[in-house]
Design a protein around this ligand. Structure first.
Ligand SMILES: [Cu+2]
Length: 148
C-alpha cells in the first residue's frame, strides 16, 4: 500500500492546477474607475472675462472645473448646479465638481466684486444632449433581402 501516497499527492497537484486562476476582477475595477473619472476643464478668471467663456459638456458627464485667477480675487457662481466658490489670488487652483445632469445653457458669473467690469464677467455652461453630438456614420446594414 506504500505506492498510494505518491499517487494521492499527484492527484492533489492536478486538482490545484485545474482550479481556474483568479478572475480579472482587479482589471474590471480599474476600468470602472476610469469610466468614473470626471472631465477636467481648466478655467481662468480674469478681469473681466472667463477663459473659456463657454464650456461644453455632455449631459450625464461628471465635470471637474479647475479654476484659477489671472489677477485678483474672483469667484464662480453657477446656480444651476449649486456651485459657489471663491477663486483666491495666487497660482493655486480651486476645483469644483458636479454632474451635468440636465441639458441646456446655464450662465455662470463672478461672485466677487472685482472692478468696473465685474457685472460683464459672464460665462455659460452648455450641456449638450447626448444625441446632439455628431454620431459616427452608421455601419452598412445587411444586404437587402432578395426580392421574390
Ligand atoms: Cu469678478
Amino acid at each position: 500500500m506504500r505506492h498510494r501516497l505518491p499517487l494521492l499527492t499527484a492527484f492533489g497537484v492536478v486538482c490545484l492546477v485545474a482550479v481556474p486562476g483568479t478572475p480579472a476582477a482587479p482589471r474590471a475595477a480599474l476600468a470602472a474607475a476610469r469610466a468614473d473619472e470626471p472631465r477636467v476643464i481648466e478655467v481662468v478668471a480674469k478681469r473681466f472675462t472667463w477663459e473659456p467663456a463657454e464650456i461644453q459638456v455632455t449631459v450625464g458627464e461628471r465635470v471637474r472645473l479647475v479654476l484659477r485667477t489671472a489677477d485678483g480675487l474672483h469667484g464662480i457662481e453657477l446656480k444651476k448646479f449649486k456651485i459657489a466658490k471663491e477663486i483666491p489670488r495666487g497660482n493655486k487652483p480651486v476645483t469644483v465638481e458636479f454632474t451635468a445632469d440636465e441639458a441646456g445653457r446655464f450662465p455662470f458669473l463672478c461672485s466677487e466684486y472685482c472692478g468696473d467690469g465685474h457685472d460683464d464677467m459672464k460665462g455659460v455652461l452648455v450641456v449638450l444632449a447626448r444625441d446632439a453630438t455628431p454620431a459616427p456614420a452608421p455601419a452598412p446594414s445587411d444586404p437587402p433581402a432578395p426580392q421574390n
